[in-house]
Design a protein around this ligand. Structure first.
Ligand code: SF4
Length: 142
């Protein structure tokens, strides 16, 4: 079964800070599924490292006040294209990210405060009927 996975969860250095952080549970997915690694922010045209961004008033803003909604929207659109091309049954996405977060994301104040919402990519995939889970839920699909 093919699944779309946030590339940073398996150690690809695409995080905003350029660091590589492996999630051990996500690595276990490789033994059981055909993993399609994807980073919406990189495919949306943003550099790595990059200024962190959060969603506020339905737009995505960097911490220094730049509107990066078009790049985030493009990354979400390409995620859906890839998920459909590979017939992904579900997606495992990084929690709290303004792109990948599912259920909870940072609230746009850059204070570490969470709010009930999805990142742009998670939202688009869900709207297309693809099941989206965060990394803390991986044990439920292993
Ligand atoms: Fe990871 Fe998603 Fe952020 Fe890319 S956009 S670094 S895949 S959380």
């Amino acid at each position: 079964m093919n699944i779309l996975v946030s590339a940073c969860l398996i150690g690809i250095g695409c995080r905003y800070d350029g660091k590589s952080v492996v999630n051990p549970d996500a690595m276990k997915l490789l033994e059981r599924y055909t993993v399609i690694p994807y980073c919406p922010e990189v495919y949306g045209g943003l550099p790595t490292p990059r200024i962190p961004a959060e969603i506020r008033n339905n737009k995505v803003w960097t911490a220094d006040g730049r509107d990066v909604t078009p790049q985030f929207a493009k990354g979400a659109k390409e995620a859906l294209r890839l998920a459909k091309l590979y017939d992904c049954q579900f997606a495992v996405l990084k929690e709290r990210s303004p792109s990948c977060g599912t259920g909870f994301i940072y609230d746009g104040t850059f204070t570490g405060t969470l709010t009930d919402d999805d990142g742009l990519t998670a939202k688009l995939l869900k709207a297309a009927g693809i099941r989206v889970i965060g990394e803390s839920e991986i044990p439920s699909v292993l």
